[in-house]
Design a binder for this molecule. Structure first.
Ligand code: GDD
Ligand code: MG
Length: 375
């Protein structure tokens, strides 16, 4: 069976003032009628039916999120009007490796060993059918024990992503997509390294979506970060079920070190194999993903994924433009007019207004840093 695991613990600070600590971006309908979390679930509709040969039994999603967002998550699942999710509540953020370890514990609790489809809650994908085909392929590979990543063709030397180097074609029977051995995984390289990677070709961005068996993840985290594995085992042993919510003891979970899937396991897995081909380690595979993927990291990325008018403007709410091009304007509580300007981001909400340019959109996190320092 295939267990979707949705990581929903991020704070989306670069999308301030719409994304707030109490209401991060994954809970907002940034691209349409459904929120990013809901889109993440809906994107899988049809997977089993479209790929009968792969015999995919799709389980209800498992969401890992911060305790303070439990009602948001539960309400957004009710809004989808379908099978409930199981929701694991983290008392604090410890990054993605502990979150996935928790999910793998939950998934194997009853003695099963499903394939996990690990998905961030805040990505957009334009061609969802092609995405499902790639997931079906990944599912076949993961059942055989592989750790599957998805490679995105890089468009710029972005330093906020992981980079994966595609090696030889990976021999697998009857896949719809090509698959390659993952030769190297470098998380968030510095700017000059990223430039070399993009200029040389042969590197893809890591999408942040992973497919692997629950037992494979548990073995990997035990091997590379036994401290995380042990802390999560302790926390899970005393977890209590409260309806759909799995609650963890605050002290035990806080005792877990913080690290990401990418640093704790992916870099080490590829590095260890490179160093000496350790036979008992699982193989890491890249499936190229050309589906209009975006992690909507900043306002400039939202402008890119939203439909633009003939002048390149994206207008949301009561916004008026004249002689203006390539702007993103959000007007939530009053009219916003832009005249004779281009490449601006203007986000008006009842209690805060952001004005920036698309080029500076990455810097918006400075605002939330400032607000935290004021508290
Ligand atoms: N449950 C939980 N708990 N979820 C978390 C936590 C946490 O403590 N921290 C982050 N997440 C969720 C975020 O909400 C997001 O959906 C996902 O996990 C990834 O975390 P990010 O913090 O957004 O990671 P990143 O963007 O820096 O890097 C990852 O994604 C890139 C692509 O967007 C890496 O996998 C990179 O290699 C990758 O290129
Ligand atoms: Mg991210």
């Amino acid at each position: 069976s295939l267990q979707p695991v949705i990581l929903s613990g991020g704070s989306g600070t670069r999308l301030w003032p719409l994304s707030r600590q109490a209401y991060p971006k994954q809970f907002l309908p940034l691209t349409g009628d459904y929120t990013m979390l809901q889109e993440t679930v809906r994107r899988l509709d049809g997977l089993a039916e479209e790929h009968p040969r792969e015999a995919i039994a799709l389980l209800d999603p498992l969401v890992v999120c911060n305790e303070s967002h439990r009602f948001l998550v539960a309400e957004q699942f009710r809004g989808l009007g379908r099978g409930a999710a199981r929701i694991v509540l983290e008392p604090c953020g410890r990054n993605t490796a502990p979150a996935l370890t928790l999910a793998a514990q939950v998934a194997t609790e009853s003695g099963e060993d499903p394939v996990l489809l690990v998905m961030p809650a805040d990505h957009t994908i334009r061609d969802e059918a092609a995405f499902r085909t790639a997931v079906a392929d990944a599912c076949v590979l993961a059942r055989e024990g592989a750790v599957v990543t998805f490679g995105i063709v890089p468009s710029k030397p972005e330093t906020g992503y992981g980079y994966i180097r595609q090696g030889a074609a990976y021999p697998a029977a009857e896949l719809s997509n090509a698959a390659f051995v993952l030769d190297e995984f470098v998380e968030k390289p510095d700017a000059s390294t990223a430039e070399v990677y993009v200029a040389n070709g042969g590197y893809a961005w890591n999408s942040g979506i992973f497919v692997l068996k629950a037992s494979v993840w548990l073995d990997l985290i035990e091997r590379f970060r036994p401290d995380i594995a042990g802390a999560i085992r302790n926390a899970f042993a005393s977890a209590t079920l409260d309806g759909d919510f799995l609650r963890l003891d605050t002290g035990l979970f806080e005792a877990c070190p913080s690290d990401s899937i990418d640093y704790s396991v992916m870099e080490r897995l590829s590095g260890t194999r490179q160093a000496g081909g350790v036979e008992e380690l699982p193989v890491a595979v890249v499936v190229p993903l050309d589906v209009g993927w975006s992690d909507v990291g900043a306002w400039s990325a939202l402008w890119e994924v939203r439909e633009q008018d003939a002048a390149g403007n994206v207008l949301d709410g009561d916004a008026f433009v004249h002689d203006a091009a390539d702007n993103l304007i959000v007007a939530q509580s009053r009219m916003v007019a832009a005249v004779g300007v281009s490449n601006l981001i203007v986000v008006e909400t009842p209690d805060a207004v952001l004005v920036t340019t698309k080029d500076a959109a990455q810097e918006v996190k400075a605002v939330t840093q400032f607000l935290h320092s004021e508290q």
